[in-house]
Design a protein around this ligand. Structure first.
Ligand code: 5GP
Ligand code: ZN
Length: 115
């Protein structure tokens, strides 16, 4: 567990969240400050600070994060027209919580390029 890591505390249920999906490796929960009608965060239960810090041994786990996003999106009728997955890596990309997470966003249109 990362020291004082908010997402580790969410993973162990020390901090409450609205859980969308859970298994032994990953947890998906609703973002506290949603940027879209659907905004879910998918995290590994293992503390990995950021994508940059993932090891080769994490390859399967990284795949599972994306696969979980796709499974959740597939269950949500409002995402039938599309959705976006985002990983902010480090400060310049806007990462605020340093426990790896995939944003699953949908239910509205998104522009490109992102801001
Ligand atoms: P980042 O900017 O690091 O990619 O995204 C962090 C996300 O975590 C933000 O969208 C923020 O709203 C969300 N967040 C931060 N703290 C909490 C929390 O305690 N609970 C939940 N559900 N989301 C959080
Ligand atoms: Zn953590």
């Amino acid at each position: 567990m990362g020291k004082n890591c908010v997402f580790c505390k969410i993973a162990t249920k020390e901090i409450k969240s609205s859980v969308v999906f859970e298994d032994d490796d990953v947890l998906a929960f609703k973002d506290l400050n949603p940027e879209a009608p659907v905004h879910v965060l998918i995290i590994p239960k293992k503390h990995i600070e950021t994508l940059d810090k993932a090891d080769r041994e994490d390859v399967q786990l990284l795949g599972k994060l994306l696969f979980t996003a796709k499974e959740i999106a597939g269950r949500s009728g409002s995402l039938a027209g599309g959705y976006r997955t985002v990983i902010n890596c480090n400060r310049d990309a806007g990462q605020e919580v340093f426990h790896l997470h995939v944003h699953l966003l949908g239910g509205r249109k998104f522009s490109w390029p992102p801001g």
